[in-house]
Design a protein around this ligand. Structure first.
Ligand SMILES: Nc1nc2c(ncn2[C@@H]2O[C@H](COP(=O)(O)OP(=O)(O)OP(=O)(O)O)[C@@H](O)[C@H]2O)c(=O)[nH]1
Ligand SMILES: [Mg+2]
Length: 356
């Protein structure tokens, strides 16, 4: 196995010079703190060093699928390999699952392209697509929208034009995992030295497409239930090498997709651009005069749902990292900001408002 096939670029490989005596490898699977690592001579099991564990303070300090790592051996006959170093990540997909507090979950590292998979039947949801786009743009990787199960769609043209309005120039690819040609178009993104992560809801056909690319049914797939929802066939992330070159990472369908403090500038570039010409610099696009965003909605060039979604995600990203008490305080402060804070608001209510 050559390192380029594992996704090592010259730049990444150069960094390994700083660690004489250690061997380069790539994390291709993970089960809690046990890692499956691919090296030039094969696959082996690894664990992190005591020092790495001691220094780790957050999830992102631990290795994850897609990481380029340095290990102490390539022969496991005398025990598991020890991971001593994670090389600087070129990109990182993170999400915050609802109800998990402030801790982020890492989806994958060192991804060049993210395939945002959405089915053209019941999973079709533009608001969810906006979330996926926001996370993808924030990761440092390039998103591509993959619309799956084209065989189950009767209004392809309509769906496509709706997706294009949300995608703002992102490539949109239509696939079917059932026909032998329906997936080949993906190969133009899956190139030697490149890594593509498949993300999207359960049951949209991520593993089916990857099996096609692998030319073998290696990954487990599951029949969708009557309500068209998947049943979480894939339970852990896995990196696989495609015979024609390139690596892909399969991920389990994500039910909750909380946003970490993401920058929405790119996913909502249309709204951000319109905002620049609003009369007020801090326009909230509520009822302010001269609001270009509202005008665009009135003129029919912007969907109102998109503005609602933008505001919702912005709020979510803004409160991320705060506990419920802090969120309450933030909201109260915001609510009373026009009175100059809650103290003034109380004074105002008591008729003592002086700050005219
Ligand atoms: N009709 C149709 N069914 C498909 C297509 N692609 C996949 N399926 C079916 O959809 C079901 C779910 O496919 P999976 O590949 O397991 O979906 P997944 O996205 O990997 O799901 P999770 O692993 O749960 O996240 C399987 O029964 C597939 O056979 C397609 O293009 N058309
Ligand atoms: Mg799957």
């Amino acid at each position: 196995m050559r390192l380029i096939n594992l996704g090592f670029t010259e730049n990444i490989y150069k960094k390994t010079d700083q660690y004489p005596g250690l061997y380069p490898g790539r994390v291709i699977g993970q089960n809690k703190e046990i890692y499956k690592i691919a090296t030039t001579t094969g696959e082996l099991i690894g664990e992190i060093s005591g020092k790495m564990r001691h220094l780790a303070t957050k999830m992102t300090d631990y290795p994850t699928v897609g990481d380029f790592v340095l290990i102490d051996r390539v022969d496991q006959s005398k025990g598991n390999a020890i991971i001593h170093q994670i090389l600087t990540r070129q990109s990182l997909i993170v999400r915050k699952a609802a109800g998990t507090g402030h801790e982020v979950q890492i989806v994958a590292a060192n991804i060049d392209t993210i395939f945002i998979c959405m089915s053209l039947n019941n999973d079709f949801n533009l608001r969810r697509l906006e979330r996926y786009l926001a996370i993808s743009f924030d990761s440092g990787a390039m998103p591509v929208i993959i619309l799956t199960k084209s065989d189950l769609c009767e209004d392809l043209e309509d769906k496509l034009s709706e997706v294009e309005k949300v995608g703002l120039g992102v490539d949109v690819i239509i696939t079917s995992g059932l026909s032998s040609e329906g997936y080949q178009i993906l190969l133009k993104y899956i190139l030697p030295g490149k890594t593509v992560a498949f993300i999207g809801s359960s049951g949209v056909g991520k593993s089916t497409l990857i099996n096609r690319l692998l030319r073998e049914d290696i990954l487990e797939t599951k029949e969708i239930r009557k309500d068209d929802k998947g049943r979480h066939a894939t339970t852990s992330r896995e990196l696989k090498l495609i015979p024609t070159g390139g690596a892909v990472i399969d991920t389990p369908g994500m039910r909750e997709l909380g946003l970490e403090s993401v920058n929405l500038n790119r996913a909502f570039n249309d709204i951000e651009e319109l905002s620049k010409n609003c009369k007020f610099k801090d326009c909230q696009h509520e009822n302010e005069p001269g609001c270009r965003v509202k005008i665009a909605i009135e003129e029919g060039t912007l969907d109102e749902e998109r503005l609602i979604s933008y505001k919702k995600l912005k709020k979510e990203a803004k409160y991320e990292g705060l506990n419920s008490k802090q969120i309450e305080k933030e909201k109260t402060d915001e609510m009373f900001s026009q009175f100059g804070g809650i103290k003034n608001a109380r004074d105002f209510a008591k008729g003592k408002y002086k700050n005219k």
